[in-house]
Design a protein around this ligand. Structure first.
Ligand code: MN
Ligand code: MN
Length: 300
């Protein structure tokens, strides 16, 4: 595998880098206001629009959380596995990630990784309790590794990594939607095209995801349905990378994760030039390099 993928179009690579950086930027921006209400955010920050750290995790400015570090762990696992996404390799990688004491970890992720330790079985049973957003937040490396492959393979790869911690129909729908939408944006599809080809079919198949029929969600929870509703309300109905991320994180709730997921979509859609320079400067340099490096290697 080459470090400089000559076969990959420069524009596609730039969008892939923007998607990965967007994920980290949204995570770092949103983490400051995670679990706050919009009222509390307005009281403390006015409109929260700078990467300053803090929050309940007391982060350093530019530090990211599990959303980004789990994606990076998954990406390294895929690269070490010659581009394949296999449940057992993913489970081992996530288990190693948990042993390294991440700054935060979702309940469903922890519970299912402990199940893996106890049983050796990489995929959990189908469960109505596993509809958290933890599999969706880390799906980006799968989208990059399977770019250009048949849709059925993309969907299967999404589920292979997801079912390690979240074996759930709503989570699967969200993961597959996100990976395919990112791939469409990488190819240069417009927001209108992705709305027609991906968002509408998602809502038709899973009406719970309908996002315009509901009031703009405040405090989106870690339930993947509420997470994706907030993300879609921002990405579809608010224009521009920065506006979209500021809009979604100021709703509070699971703001690092809504920020991360909105950031990966908006990064792929709006591209490298749309990422605010002051945010990139604030982001932990090691994370910045890891995101760019993985984007290149996963596409190669
Ligand atoms: Mn997080
Ligand atoms: Mn979160």
């Amino acid at each position: 595998m080459s470090d400089t993928p000559a076969a990959v179009d420069g524009e596609i690579l730039a969008r892939a880098e923007a998607a990965y950086l967007g994920l980290a930027l949204g995570d770092a921006l949103g983490a400051t206001v995670e679990f706050m209400t919009p009222r509390e955010i307005a009281h403390h920050h006015g409109i929260h629009r700078e990467i300053v750290g803090g929050g309940w995790l007391r982060l350093k400015p530019g530090q990211v959380t599990d959303d980004t570090t789990m994606a990076l762990a998954l990406g390294e696992c895929i690269l070490a596995n010659d581009g394949r996404v296999e449940a057992l390799a993913c489970a081992r990688a996530f288990d190693a990630w948990m042993r390294a004491k991440p700054v935060d970890i979702g309940n469903t992720v922890r519970r299912n990784l402990i199940r893996f330790r106890n049983t050796g079985e990489p995929q959990g049973p189908l469960s109505g309790y596993d509809a958290g957003n933890g599999a969706a937040m880390r799906v980006l490396p799968v989208a990059l590794a399977t770019f250009g492959r048949p849709e059925a393979e993309v969907r299967a790869a999404c589920r292979a990594q997801a079912h390690v911690t979240h074996h759930n129909a709503a989570s699967d729908a969200a993961c597959e939607f996100l990976a395919l939408a990112v791939q469409d944006f990488l190819r240069g599809d417009s927001l209108q095209q992705v709305f027609r080809n991906r968002v509408r079919p998602l809502v038709a198949a899973h009406p719970a995801f309908a996002f315009r029929e509901r009031p703009r969600r405040e405090n989106p929870s870690g339930w993947v349905v509420e997470t994706l509703q907030a993300v879609l309300q921002s990405v579809v109905d608010v224009g521009g990378f920065e506006h979209c991320l500021v809009d979604v994180v100021n709703r509070g709730g699971d703001a690092d994760t809504t920020g991360a997921i909105a950031g990966m979509l908006a990064g792929a859609l709006y591209g490298r030039e749309a990422l605010p320079a002051r945010w990139l400067k604030a982001l932990d340099p090691q994370v910045r390099e890891a995101c760019v490096g993985q984007a290149r290697r996963l596409l190669a």
